[in-house]
Design a protein around this ligand. Structure first.
Ligand code: ADP
Length: 365
């Protein structure tokens, strides 16, 4: 019940009780007059006295109603109205993080003034801690970005040198195997540094998207085809199921979306044991175009489902199945999807083991 409704209920109940008591009192007085006054009193005088009593009661009743209305109005303007304004203010702050000016409570009850001061102090603290978090996050992103930039040049040099060495015919077989492994590792390192640069660009809002109309279904099919060799090597059946109806184009950065699809399909194959299936499908949802990547793999343990979009997070069963991995792919993928106004989510398969990742984008109006 709102404060206003509560105050109205109390006021109306008090007025009704007052009027009932008043008229009961008048009724008793009338009875007492009838009994106590001498029987030979002129009837008009008796009638006059009794009417006077009734009129006075009606007058008092009206006065009580007017006083109660004024009291209600005073309480409403000094308690209910500022309380409603404060609640609306705090709700807007909780929703958007933006502060609105608090209502002026000077001249209002002391508790109302104290409440306003406590809330203003709390908002100050929340804003301060938010600013500190942003600063820490900025310093962290700057550090990652600087470190990644510093690492990229020497790493690329090392990779070229190793690739040149790999082509040297004079190496023994053992040496060739070592150099080949070093080349592969240097590729991995360059890719990790690239990912770190992507992350710092995402976090600083400097990720440069090139939006253009594109066919999501065709791209999903192309990426699924690219993964046929990896699927065959992992003994996982990889199928693309096209949409039954033509899909509308979306407005997106094709390279970035390809990056997401690469990640999802590669994960699905990596986290599915031999003999399993991966199905990539494209379809249309309500005002959306979706790509689903469904696997019959190891699944995501229930207690870890809330964390897998966190940076560097890897579920325990994934670490056991696949040593390699950095836990950054899904974080970047979801950020790219939301930067496009879309979303990336997943659900455990309803029947049987495995997971389905759902990438969705809005259809332009
Ligand atoms: P990475 O695969 O390099 O560890 P990602 O960010 O791509 O990093 O994925 C984060 C985590 O999400 C994985 O470590 C794994 O625990 C979980 N995960 C992602 N895709 C799947 C999948 N298809 N099946 C099961 N777990 C998955």
């Amino acid at each position: 019940m709102s404060t206003r409704a509560l105050m109205a209920t109390i006021t109306i109940t008090a007025v009704v009780l007052f009027i009932v008591v008043l008229f009961a009192g008048v009724a008793i007085l009338r009875w007492q007059f009838m009994v106590l006054l001498p029987q030979n009193i002129v009837p008009q005088v008796l009638e006059g006295i009794l009417s006077l009593l009734t009129y006075q009661a009606i007058g008092l009743g009206i006065a009580a109603i007017v006083i109660a209305a004024v009291a209600y109005w005073l309480q409403s303007t000094s308690i209910a109205a500022p309380l409603s304004a404060i609640v609306a203010n705090m709700a807007a702050f909780a929703e958007s993080g933006q502060r609105q000016p608090m209502p002026d409570t000077s001249g209002k009850p002391v508790e109302m003034q104290q409440l306003t001061q406590v809330l203003i102090a709390s908002m100050d603290k929340i804003e301060l801690s938010h600013k500190k978090d942003e600063e820490v996050s900025r310093v962290k992103s700057d550090f990652i970005s600087t470190a990644a930039h510093q690492l990229r040049t020497p790493l690329t040099g090392i990779r070229w040198a190793l690739e040149a060495l790999e082509r040297d015919a004079q190496l023994s077989q053992e040496q060739q195997a070592l150099v080949k492994s070093a080349v592969e590792k240097s590729h991995d390192l360059v890719a990790i540094v690239g990912t770190l640069l992507d992350i710092s660009a995402i976090e600083s809002g400097k990720y440069n998207y090139q939006f253009a109309p594109m066919d999501l279904g065709a791209l999903a099919q192309e990426v699924a085809n690219d993964f046929t060799p990896l699927a065959a090597q992992s003994q996982v059946s990889l199928v693309f199921a096209p949409s039954e109806t033509p899909l509308p184009q979306i407005n997106a950065d094709r390279d970035r979306i390809k990056w997401i699809l690469n990640n999802l399909i590669e994960n699905a194959i990596r986290y599915t044991p031999a003999g399993g299936n991966v199905t990539v499908s494209a379809n249309r949802g309500a005002n959306q175009v979706q790509v689903r990547v469904r696997d019959t793999g190891i699944g995501i343990p229930e207690q870890e489902r809330g964390n897998i979009f966190e940076r560097f997070y890897r579920a325990g069963n994934a670490i056991t199945k696949e040593n390699a991995g950095n836990g950054l792919g899904l974080y970047i993928a979801r950020t790219i999807a939301t930067d496009h106004g879309g979303d990336l989510d997943f659900q455990p398969n309803a029947e049987g083991p495995g997971t389905t990742f759902i990438l969705s984008f809005p259809v332009p109006a």
